[in-house]
Design a protein around this ligand. Structure first.
Ligand SMILES: NC(=O)c1ccc[n+]([C@@H]2O[C@H](COP(=O)([O-])OP(=O)(O)OC[C@H]3O[C@@H](n4cnc5c(N)ncnc54)[C@H](OP(=O)(O)O)[C@@H]3O)[C@@H](O)[C@H]2O)c1
Length: 221
């Protein structure tokens, strides 16, 4: 089993932590405040979970999930993540989350922002396309007819393999879109971004399964 560190334990981080604990992994969670403020979530998750500082979550995680608002990316601690596999869940949606000057200036494309900050890490974009409530609902055992896939992208094939194995354990297939820059194909505003949204676009609905074949069609649309 894997220890998964979390930098950011809000909607998406806590949902992934629940799936991970359910799959038998250990999780170490952190947020922008202090470990004490995660008391309720840790109590809910049980003995496989503990709270820590961001630096400790980064240090102890075999794989580390970054699930913070994109504008906070510079606060993700780079040194303890050097040499590690990092899952990047971040979306750039300036209308809702505010502008990031280095993206707006064209210095760094949004898909590469976290990797450029974590130059010594192997960053794999994943889970950026699934609304957290749908992510909680759509996991299925391997081989289930209605198992969903999530798109992933990254520059390190070994890191992508490790992330795909983790995602499989959480109840999802993966669809490898290619290098990290190609994650632009499932960024906000693309058809693939909302692969698991019901046709009426209702976030309140349970979410719909989307297979790797479904993703392939959306990604080429
Ligand atoms: N919500 C979704 O369904 C969804 C789906 C796909 C991708 N995403 C992406 O996932 C990321 C997180 O979204 P979310 O909805 O989970 O946000 P959220 O509910 O607001 O949670 C954000 C988390 O990040 C923490 N955080 C903020 N600044 C931090 C810092 N400097 N250092 C450490 N932790 C920090 C927050 O801690 P505090 O509580 O202490 O502030 C909180 O735990 C975003 O980039 C979003 O685009 C979200």
């Amino acid at each position: 089993m894997t220890t998964i560190g979390f930098i950011g334990s809000g909607n998406i981080g806590s949902t992934l932590a629940r799936l991970a604990v359910g799959a038998g992994h250990d999780v170490v969670l952190s947020n922008s405040r202090s470990p004490e403020t995660l008391h309720n979530l840790i109590a809910e998750l049980g003995p496989r979970a503990r709270a820590a500082t961001t630096a400790e979550a980064a240090t102890v995680g075999d794989i580390v999930v970054v699930a913070v608002p994109i504008r906070a990316y510079r606060q993700v601690p780079a040194a303890p993540l050097r040499g590690k596999v990092v899952i990047d869940t971040l979306n750039y949606d300036p209308a809702r989350q505010g502008r990031v000057p280095e993206i707006e200036a064209g210095d760094t494309p949004a898909p590469l922002l976290l990797q450029s900050h974590l130059a010594g890490s192997s960053v794999v974009k994943a889970f950026s396309t699934v609304f957290f409530k749908h992510l909680a609902n759509l996991g299925r055992p391997a081989g289930a007819a209605d198992r969903s896939a999530v798109p992933i992208a990254g520059d390190d094939p070994i890191a992508k393999k490790a992330v795909a194995a983790l995602i499989d354990s959480l109840g999802y297939d993966t669809y490898d879109v290619g290098p990290l820059a190609e994650s632009r194909r499932f960024a906000p505003g693309t058809p693939a971004q909302h692969a698991h949204l019901d046709p009426a676009g209702m976030f309140a609905a349970p979410g719909r399964p989307a297979s790797a074949d479904d993703l392939a069609k959306l990604l080429s649309a």
